[in-house]
Structure formats: C-alpha cells, structure tokens
Ligand binder design. Structure first.
Ligand code: ZN
Ligand code: ZN
Length: 246
C-alpha cells in the first residue's frame, strides 16, 4: 500500500481483499476505498486478485498493455493503461515506471509525493543500466533479494525452474541485489529486502549479503520483509536530492 498526500493505492494484488484487510489491520489501516490498484506484471503472485481488489476497493486498475494481455480476469474493472517508460499520476503521487528484465513484461516503480521518493524493484533477472539512475533521490527502496545460488541448487525446484529463477529474466540473487544496493545514492535511508524466497534463501543470508554491500553507510537502515508480516516504511526526504525532469 502506497500512501501520501491523501492518496492511497495498492501495488500488486497477489492476495485476496480479505487477507489484505487482515494484514493491514495491525498497522492501524482500515482498507476501504483506494485510488488505484497498480500492477507491476501479470504473474499470479502479483496479479491473481487484480479484479477482486479493484472491485473490493472501488479502484481502477493501472497496468501496462503487455500486462493487460497477460491477465486472465474473471471480471473487467475500469483500467488505466500506462506505458512502461511513461510517468503517470494517481492523485497526489507521481509514479515513474522503468522496464526490467523478467519472464513477463515487468516494471520497477518509483513513487514521489512532495519531494519524497520511494521505489519498488522486484521480479528482475538482472539490473538494466538505466535502473540505478531511475532510483536517484529515493529515501526508501524495496528491492528483491530472491535466492541464494547454493540453496537454489540443493532446493526443491526441478532444474528447469532453477534455470528460470537464476536466468537473466528470472530473479535477483542476494549477490545481484547487494551489487545494486552498493550503487544506490548515499541518501537512501530505508532499504527493505523483499520477495525473499522461502524455498531457496534465508533471511539471514539475504541480510548478511546486503549488509556487506552497505558497510559504512551508518545512516541507512536495512530490514528484511517476511512474507506474511506487515511492515510500515516511513519514507524520509533524501538529503541533497537531485531533481530529475519529470
Ligand atoms: Zn513475484
Ligand atoms: Zn514475476
């Protein structure tokens, strides 16, 4: 859930409205009407409840044309199609997508309201060159640290799925994630590792790899998101923020 300036929208909809309401409650958030449901891509862990959430929260679905083609919806909510490289606005919040390589058309997203920026970077097999500049000025970055190569190799997935996960259009390993973190602005204050595989990774390994890459950044807080535990992230204003042409 992204909330700022009186605007609230959901990013991705892999959980039912009932489960989302349950998860939001401990944070003191009552999920009722939302200003949008934004999809990053069409995979089921991100989109299987897209129509259910859009109807439950009275919100239009924001998605790319490729994601729209990849969805199998039971009902058709109102939709707003955005280009994978075109900024758009939902209420008070500007949203800037950046395409990333995955085995479904996928975008990383930067959210901005009144000078505060946050990013969600998940489901990508490699870091495309424009991504680091795209994340400039973010006070908070949620980034995928999906798998450890050794745990993937000895894990439960068949070789074909292992190759998919580790491929250039799969997911980021802990090491790839750490390499991206090391290249981020020093102004980043909050980093949250997300999409940490329960089969092919451990939160401790993911954290240790990221910590090594962030050594010396005493002002940056690193957290690992657990799949079912709600987490609140306050987005600080990044110092020395560079204004990008929007
Ligand atoms: Zn995913
Ligand atoms: Zn995916």
């Amino acid at each position: 859930l992204v909330e700022a300036g009186g605007t609230r929208f959901l990013v991705d909809a892999g959980l039912s409205p009932a489960v989302l309401r349950e998860r939001a409650a401990p944070l003191g958030i009552a999920l009722d009407r939302l200003d949008g449901v934004v999809l990053t891509h069409a995979h089921s862990d991100h989109a299987s409840f897209a129509d259910a959430c859009a109807f439950a929260f009275g919100a239009p679905l924001f998605l790319t044309e490729s994601t729209q083609r990849g969805l199998r919806l039971k009902r058709s909510p109102p939709t707003r199609v955005f280009g994978p490289r075109s900024a758009f606005t939902i209420g008070a919040i500007d949203v800037r997508p950046c395409p990333v390589p995955h085995d479904a058309p996928q975008v990383a997203l930067v959210f901005e309201e009144d000078g505060r920026r946050a990013a969600l970077v998940t489901d990508l097999g490699s870091v495309p060159p424009p991504l680091v500049a795209h994340l400039a000025g973010c006070g908070a970055v949620l980034v995928e640290s999906n798998y450890d190569p050794e745990l993937l190799r000895i894990g439960p997935y068949p070789p074909s799925i292992q190759a998919r996960v580790a491929g250039a259009r799969g997911h980021l390993s802990n090491r790839q994630c750490a390499e991206l973190l090391a290249r981020l602005d020093r102004g980043v204050r909050e980093i949250v590792l997300v999409h940490v595989s329960e089969n092919n990774n451990s939160p401790m390994l993911a954290r240790a790899t990221a910590e090594a890459a962030l050594a010396g950044r005493t002002q940056t807080r690193l957290r690992v998101a657990a799949p079912a535990d709600p987490l609140r992230i306050e987005v600080p204003r990044a110092p020395h923020q560079i204004r990008l042409p929007f």
